[in-house]
Design a protein around this ligand. Sequence first.
Ligand code: SAM
Length: 287
Amino acid sequence: MSNPQKPEAGPVISDEDFLKFKEFFYRRTGIDFETSKRYFVDKRLVARIEATQTNTFRSYFTFLRFQASGDELQQLTNVMTVNETYFLREEYQFRCLVDSILPEIAGRKAGAEQIRIWCIPSSTGEEPYSIAMFLLENWPGINQWDVEIISSDIDTNVLRRARAGRFSERSINKLPAHWLKKYFTSVGEDYQLCDDLRQAVEFTRVNLSEARDTAKYRDFDVIFCRNLLIYFDDASRKAAADTFYEALKPGGYICLGHSESMSRTSSLFKVCKFPEAIVYQKSLELK
Ligand SMILES: C[S@@+](CC[C@H](N)C(=O)[O-])C[C@H]1O[C@@H](n2cnc3c(N)ncnc32)[C@H](O)[C@@H]1O
């Protein structure tokens, strides 16, 4: 019988285990956990060891690496990601999109072409849905152009929530009251996004650090990649820049989070200082 005074010992993650896991997870996702994140990582590893009843880090790590379906790697990835986001976060970039970027792109396209936007990472969807609302509310071209918004994330839980379109008060509190009224209905303490907007964004699972996942993402006019590269190290940021270069059309733009910079990562893009924001552009002349 267990002694109620003495808590039963759970799985322990040693320094060596942490380093092994850190290296493995980095290779799979590009995410670089610094030692300062040790508590965050250990807590989640212990929870997954318990959930899978593998009992020790060593058995769990073997299970994780050799499970053919990859389900446990996905479960673990879902708990290791940081999904912080909200509507109209870094709004100045959406303003830049409608006032500077899209007019420039539309000016050099024939009217029948599509305008394609890729938003990665989507997290729970607030960012791509903000883009859709911003276009509807602030871009006259929306009636004339066929705009496609695709949004991706590595985390399957956030994608499920994004598709459902149910948001908390915390998520929506930067939205103007008339947008809230127009696009949402209250459901208890939450807000349900209308079907028209939910259907305006296609959500897909993509690991940005996995070439097999990103290979079919091509011919985008604009990419939003905000608040992801901060979790990467220099090598994975550089690989992400190469991926974005391949995914963009000539003359396409990329928007990063306010603390992220492409100039420090790659020389593939030109810096564009628009009045509203600094963004990066793939050259028009190259293929
Ligand atoms: C802090 S959120 C940023 C969400 C949104 N772009 C924003 O700025 O509000 C970071 C997201 O990156 C996703 N992520 C982490 N590694 C990824 C990878 N290798 N590929 C795709 N998404 C990834 C996480 O699942 C998480 O949802």
